[in-house]
Design a protein. Structure first.
Length: 165
């Protein structure tokens, strides 16, 4: 195969991938129905992956989980890392930015995810539980949390994060 043919093939493959997972236009020569079916299957696979990785979030949203996630996925293709953990984090932060309140179990998953860096600090309120948590992750020690039985409000502690590499 010549270099030009390889380049053309790579371009067409990229267009097909964008059509399947990012809502891009369908390249010529592909069947609309089959491509749509495949695209839907990939979306459901992505949804299930995030649902398994972030069960509290999915359970807390109930039937709305699929509706919200489909809207999120259309606007946010999966990151190059392909990790459901990171996809779930982006989804939860997207919900919060839109003013949608995930359950406290979903917020706890986000809180712990924000503490997954080498050194990180996070603060988050949990309205259903009536508490606010502060946490820090320290090298060689792990995560230390402080729980205060006082909810400081939805906008006051959206999840402050400091990280050092």
């Amino acid at each position: 195969m010549s270099a030009d043919a390889r380049r053309d093939l790579a371009t067409r493959q990229g267009e097909l991938v964008r059509a399947l997972v990012a809502g891009g236009p369908l390249p010529s020569g592909f069947d609309d129905l089959r491509t749509s079916t495949t695209s839907g299957a990939l979306l459901r696979k992505r949804m299930r992956g995030v649902e398994r990785t972030w069960p509290g979030l999915a359970r807390g949203l109930g039937a709305d989980y699929r509706v919200y996630f489909a809207a999120f996925a259309q606007a946010h293709p999966m990151s190059g890392e392909g990790l459901y953990r990171l996809d779930g984090r982006r989804f939860t932060e997207w919900l919060l930015a839109r003013g949608e309140e995930p359950s406290d179990a979903g917020r706890l998953e986000l809180f712990l995810e924000r503490l997954s860096g080498r050194f990180a600090f996070a603060a988050m309120g949990f309205p259903g539980w009536g508490e606010t948590r502060f946490g820090v992750r320290l090298p060689h020690i792990g995560i230390v949390q402080i729980r205060i039985p006082l909810y400081l409000g939805p906008n006051r502690l959206r999840g402050v994060r400091l990280e050092s590499t």
